[in-house]
Design a binder for this molecule. Structure first.
Ligand SMILES: NC(=O)c1ccc[n+]([C@@H]2O[C@H](COP(=O)([O-])OP(=O)(O)OC[C@H]3O[C@@H](n4cnc5c(N)ncnc54)[C@H](OP(=O)(O)O)[C@@H]3O)[C@@H](O)[C@H]2O)c1
Length: 238
């Protein structure tokens, strides 16, 4: 049975994905900050080993790969922090925290995975980025810029590993009903369930997709938004 390491396994999307992958025959290794909540996720998936991982802690970041009992066949990275843009504007450390949690703090472990998979000639890296990374917006550009960096990192990694037997899937969800959106009032029709995202992700793995917008209608919407000239986009103040 193939094994998948899930980073940020307590996340709403990761929990749904972990169940979907477990149902499809994957064995799971779950990593995150809260061991007790990881154990609960493990139980809901029919059992899994759990490991500490904090993207903000350099010791934890470097230690994780060495803690694994065996090299997994796939890594799913679901770590993310939306943060508060107003706070990020006032406090540089808050902006840096968002950038580390969504991008730079994830790079070392994904690089380790890429090296190990490349040496073996097989593997799958799934990174959950966001449609927010397609263009900076006034309301969340700390988060959006981190996701843009993460998206570019994943596409570069995919290009580097092409032909090596290692695949990289970039997942770009729109709004998803998880703890990340707690307290936000959004029209229900634009908010997807984590289960929907998990299903789309599983299908994308099976069909060998490189980039997944989920739900798919975000792709044309973002293409339109990204085509707007900057002089118009800045006036929208989205
Ligand atoms: N929900 C959305 O609308 C949406 C849209 C687009 C993209 N996404 C992306 O989807 C992914 C999953 O998010 P979600 O919606 O499922 O949100 P979530 O439930 O808030 O999950 C966020 C996850 O990130 C983990 N995390 C945060 N800081 C961390 C750190 N320093 N070290 C390790 N783990 C850390 C959290 O761990 P704790 O449980 O320990 O806090 C949690 O597991 C994220 O990358 C997010 O940016 C979400």
């Amino acid at each position: 049975m193939p094994t998948m390491l899930v980073l940020g396994a307590t996340s709403g999307i990761a929990r749904a994905a972990a169940r979907a992958f477990a149902d499809s025959g994957w064995t799971l290794q779950l990593a995150g900050r809260d061991i007790q909540r990881l154990q609960e996720v493990a139980e809901a998936c029919g059992g899994a080993e759990v490991f500490p991982f904090d993207a903000l802690d350099s010791v934890s970041r470097s230690a994780l790969w060495g803690l694994l009992p065996s090299c997994p066949d796939a890594v799913l990275c679901a770590v993310g922090l939306l943060g508060d843009q107003d706070c990020a504007c006032r406090e540089p450390d808050a902006a840096l925290r968002v950038i580390k949690c969504n991008f730079t703090g994830l790079v070392p472990v994904l690089m380790q995975a890429a090296e190990a998979f490349e040496a073996r000639g097989a593997g799958l890296i799934i990174g959950i980025s966001s449609v927010a990374g397609d263009r900076g917006r006034a309301s969340n550009y700390a988060y959006g810029s981190a996701k843009a960096g993460f998206t570019a990192f994943l596409s570069g990694l995919r290009a580097r590993l092409w032909g090596s037997g290692v695949r990289v899937l970039t997942v770009k969800p729109g709004y998803v009903a998880t703890g990340m959106l707690a307290g936000r009032r959004l029209p229900a029709c634009i908010v997807a369930s984590p289960e929907r995202v998990a299903r789309d992700m599983l299908r994308a793995v099976r069909t060998g997709k490189d980039v997944l917008y989920t739900p798919g209608w975000w792709r044309p919407l973002l293409a339109l938004y990204c085509a707007l000239p900057e002089c118009l986009a800045k006036r929208l103040k989205l």
